[in-house]
Ligand binder design. Structure first.
Ligand code: AMP
Length: 545
């Protein structure tokens, strides 16, 4: 017997309708280059979104057609998110930091029909235009007065488009399984792959993200995503915030500027923010140097890469709770959050530090398991590590246009490519990417654990460990370190001695090399492929071993 409840379809338009009515006076504040901050309310945002949808309706697109964005976190990008999705099109967010060849590949693979670009990216778009035959027009996200000179064919002014629409425009009902957004993984090898989100997956993920032990977003919050809207929908913030009624602060093109981010936090009363570790390192450096505070900030979510303990301890000092989150583009992105159940007092300092560093527990809606090379389940004992598989209603079942031919899908589970342990309480800890794990004499060494221990050294700014050819062990860890600003005196001997008692003896790197900067991907991850290339001719010093 079925239940007798209404079968209403989950849709992005329902977030807009809810926020217009219930959270209409709540603000969205956007940083717009060097201009004064743009401020308006959810009511005004969605009125403009309806006008934009009305104008888009004249483009002659079919349901499911892709409208792409090359844009920063700001109110116009927010409007496109909603106008495209609520109209039944797909908002395809593109990472402008990718290489031009990757950008052209992605636009062509997605068959984007319109591309909306921030004025900052006009010359980038000009360099791509003649390689992108599916694109009918390029929408420049600015006012008629500020339209730049450009060689782009078929240019449309964003504000002219909005002005021409009717704010009484109504969105037609959609199937909840209809696609609403598309984001390509910024894979370091092979071609990028498209993850196609649905209205249903996006709404369920946005609900889950709001939960108290997930991101914990309420109407009392002021949320600033420092994670870009072009990377996994800014971890769902543009959906969760209007749902909850939280004020949204969108930092434009200044996301990498720690000083500016601290000022924004203080001036806008930001309570909650989310970003990758590099962002926080930049902000902490500024806070320490200036003596400034971030008094309104109560919590940050750190994800996208392992979070060093130093970031947590530094934020303890400012009274900010640090929650590690783990996820991926293929998971919308949230999988686990570490909202520690235990306190420093109950565990003692050392144990507490260990628990905090873990990626956290699965949030309701995501299931996980770890398996060995043969696909057998491994125990949740906090020791065994294996390939991490996930499933859930906001986990990708196939990549766009690769339906059914997917190496990542395993009998209803998605293979994340991460290697992890899970402890009896359900805390998952990432020990590696499968391709980065170091195989020394047939045993696995977790590069992340060695990196965490290395970055705890006060003289280390950043560190990475790669597996490097060794004649006896086939691979041994090579540690590559960027010294801190005033720590040029750090030696390899001092560095290696640091590991004593911190990691298993045989995990200690065989050698240390110092460089000025680590190569990073467009989303802030260390590019191990590039590092391996840089050190491919390296020979370990001969020792007695
Ligand atoms: P992306 O799809 O670009 O967001 O990258 C997802 C990958 O980032 C994951 O599969 C992990 O390898 C890595 N990652 C994300 N969050 C964390 C975390 N908290 N700790 C370690 N690695 C992480």
């Amino acid at each position: 017997m079925n239940g007798l409840m209404m079968n209403m379809q989950l849709s992005i338009a329902s977030i807009a309708e809810h926020a217009e009515r219930i959270n209409g006076d709540v603000e969205i504040v956007s940083v717009m280059g060097n201009q004064p901050r743009h401020r308006y309310t959810y009511r005004e945002a969605f009125a403009r979104t309806r006008k934009l949808s009305d104008s888009m309706a004249l483009w002659g697109l079919e349901q499911g057609d892709r409208i792409a964005t090359l844009a920063w976190n700001d109110y116009r990008h927010f409007e496109i998110y909603y106008a495209a999705a609520c109209s039944g099109y797909v908002c395809h967010t593109i990472n402008p930091r990718l290489f031009p060849e990757q950008l052209a590949y992605i636009i062509n693979h997605a068959e984007d029909r319109y591309v909306c670009i921030d004025p900052d990216f006009v010359s980038l778009a000009e360099s791509l235009a003649d390689q992108c035959p599916t694109v009918q027009a390029w929408v420049i996200m600015t006012s008629a007065e500020a339209m730049p000179e450009t060689r782009l064919p078929n240019v449309i002014c964003y504000e002219t488009l909005v002005a021409a629409g009717n704010e009484a425009f109504q969105w037609a009902p959609l199937d909840e399984n209809a696609a609403c957004a598309l984001c390509y993984t910024s894979g370091t090898t092979g071609n990028p792959k498209g993850v196609l989100y649905s209205h249903r997956s996006t709404i369920l993920h946005a609900y889950a993200a709001m939960m108290p032990d997930a991101l914990g977003i309420s109407q009392r919050d002021v949320v600033m995503p420092i994670v870009p809207m072009f990377h996994v929908n800014a971890w769902g913030n543009p959906y969760s915030c209007p749902m909850a009624g939280a004020k949204l602060v969108l930092p434009g093109n200044r996301m990498g500027d720690g000083q500016f981010m601290a000022t924004l936090i203080n001036e806008e009363g930001v309570t909650l923010s989310a970003g990758v570790p590099t962002v926080w390192l930049g902000m902490l450096a500024h806070l320490k140097a200036s003596g400034e505070d971030v008094a309104s900030l109560r919590q940050i979510i750190v994800g996208g890469a392992a979070c060093p303990l130093s970031i947590m301890e530094d934020f303890d000092h400012y009274g900010v709770e640090v929650r590690v989150g783990w996820g991926m583009t293929e998971m919308s992105p949230l999988g686990t959050v570490n909202a520690s159940m235990d306190s420093r007092e109950s565990l003692g300092e050392q144990e507490f530090a260990k628990v905090r560093l873990k990626a956290g527990r699965q949030i309701f809606g995501v299931e996980m398991k770890i398996v060995d090379d043969e696909g057998h389940d491994l125990p949740w004992d906090g020791v065994a590590f294996g390939s991490l598989l996930v499933r859930g209603p906001w986990v990708c079942s196939s990549y766009f246009k690769l339906e059914g031919s997917d190496a990542h899908a395993h009998e209803g589970w998605f293979e994340t490519g991460d290697v992890a342990t899970i402890d009896p309480q359900g805390y998952m800890a990432i020990t590696d990417r499968i391709k980065d794990v170091i195989k020394s004499g047939g045993e696995w060494i977790s590069s992340i654990e060695v990196e965490n221990a290395a970055t705890d050294h006060p003289k280390v700014a950043e560190a990475a460990v790669i597996g490097h050819f060794h004649p006896k062990w086939s691979e041994r860890p090579l540690l590559i370190v960027v010294r801190g600003a005033d720590s040029q005196d750090l030696t390899a001997e001092e560095m290696l001695a640091w590991f004593d008692g911190k990691i298993a003896k045989w995990w200690t790197p065989d050698a240390v090399e110092f460089i000025d900067e680590l190569p990073h991907t467009a989303t802030g991850k260390v590019q191990k492929v590039k590092l391996r290339q840089m050190f491919k001719d390296y020979v370990f010093p001969v020792t007695g071993a």
